[in-house]
Design a binder for this molecule. Structure first.
Ligand SMILES: [Zn+2]
Length: 429
């Protein structure tokens, strides 16, 4: 409107100027050869204005003609982008709704319109994966991983697939690449920790375990790592780490004692066993402690030395009673066993030791047989002896192991004689 008014004013001014010039009179005179031309001034000025307008229009028209293909291209690109974005949205909706075939169709359309962008490649991979076409999904992930801006996304997809296929060497390589592409990413750290557990790379599992993993679980990982460690010094350090995580963890104490013994330090080995016994008595510790003693009286002395820190513990009383019985010190053996039964902490082994003691004291007599039968009945009803048990699936194991072969859980095989420490959880999935 304002523009129209402006134009009107300009036109009126032009007409007024033309009228004024006509009234003013005057002419432009030209002589070409012998021809003489005289044009009124107002007409000459009008011709000049018209010529200027025509040249201007021609120039504008030419420029517009020249930019025509570029404009068409830009319009087409804009339309493609709009349609492509709409197809991406529809693909996302189809993926969320679980209609993977529809998602594949939409994402193919989007890819045709938008080309290979990180978004279209990722969606292609996800849609193919959802449709169960893992090879096609991996192709898209590979294309994504080859790009600088989509590298991590591509590696993440490939790693997930390798873990599902249980292709551990490939998964480990991809995890390293992902770590390099996105250092410190929490997801990569968790995947690497799970991978370490799956591949039983205990050193890596220990290094990547979260701080919530403590107690026996951490001790198990450290001891398992020590067993894999070829460098003796590093292995010894890992064993120490296991014992500091759980000072009563018998397998770690035994490993450290064996190492010290092999290094020619039997006294230090014994001290390690004594310290572990004071923290949590375990029959294997007693066996290792008395392994060198052949004489039965020497074994009694050794048992006393081992148990002096907690000699009223049921396990201490049992080992004292058994060594005393083996040395024919039946009075002492009886005193220990009766104290053990009175304490309420006796298990089947204490009753079986009573059977042995009655056999030694009363021999093959009617009284002896009656006493043996009495203790055997009591043994049958007594709580079972402690054992290694997986606290994840409650399977019993003959010996400690870093991982339960029954359920595949790592670091959860604990000695039932000691209260189970929670110690955090490790997941390998
Ligand atoms: Zn288990």
């Amino acid at each position: 409107m304002a523009r129209a008014i402006g134009l009107l004013i300009l036109l009126a001014a032009g007409v007024a100027l033309a009228l004024f010039l006509r009234d003013l009179g005057g002419a432009i005179e030209m002589t070409v050869g012998s021809t003489f031309v005289a044009v009124p001034l107002w007409l000459a000025l009008l011709a000049l204005v018209i010529a200027f307008a025509v040249v201007h229009l021609l120039l504008v028209g030419w420029r517009s003609l020249r930019n025509w293909p570029a404009r068409i291209r830009a319009r087409r690109a804009e339309r493609h982008r709009r349609d492509g974005d709409a197809a991406v949205t529809r693909a996302l909706v189809a993926l969320a709704a679980g209609t993977s075939d529809q998602a594949r169709l939409e994402i193919r359309r989007a890819r045709k319109l938008l080309g290979d962008t990180p978004q279209t490649l990722l969606l292609t991979a996800e849609a193919e994966r959802a449709a169960g076409r893992n090879d096609a999904a991996n192709e898209a992930y590979k294309a994504l991983a080859a790009r600088e801006d989509g590298k991590f996304l591509g590696l993440r997809g490939l790693l997930r697939d390798a873990m599902e296929r249980q292709d551990w060497p490939v998964a480990q390589r991809l995890a390293r690449e992902a770590e390099a592409a996105q250092p410190g990413a929490t997801w990569v750290r968790e995947e690497r920790a799970a991978l370490a557990l799956r591949t039983r790379d205990w050193r890596e599992a220990l290094a990547l375990s979260p701080p919530t993993v403590t107690g026996t679980t951490r001790a198990s990982l450290a001891l398992a790592a020590a067993a894999q460690e070829p460098d003796a010094e590093k292995a010894a350090e890992l064993e120490k780490q296991a014992l500091s995580a759980d000072p009563g963890f018998a397998p770690a104490a035994l490993a450290q004692a064996h190492r010290l013994e092999a290094m020619g330090s039997p006294r230090r080995a014994k001290t390690v066993l004594q310290t572990a016994w004071a923290a949590a008595p375990h029959p294997d510790l007693a066996e290792a402690y008395m392994a060198g003693e052949k004489d039965s009286l020497a074994r009694v002395k050794a048992a006393e030395a081992l148990t002096h820190a907690n000699r009223t513990h049921p396990e201490s009383r049992l080992v004292l009673a058994r060594t005393a019985l083996a040395a024919n010190l039946t009075g002492r053996a009886r005193a220990e066993l009766e104290a053990l039964l009175a304490s309420g902490g006796a298990d089947r082994r204490a009753y079986l030791a009573m059977v042995d003691m009655e056999a030694v004291e009363l021999g093959d007599s009617a009284a002896g047989r009656a006493a043996e039968a009495k203790w055997l009945r009591a043994a049958a009803e007594a709580p079972p002896e402690p054992r290694w048990r997986c606290y994840a699936c409650a399977t019993d194991h003959a010996a400690w192991a870093p991982v339960c072969e029954h359920c595949g859980t790592a670091g959860r095989i604990n000695w039932t004689g000691t209260p189970a420490s929670a110690g955090g959880t490790l997941t390998a999935s």
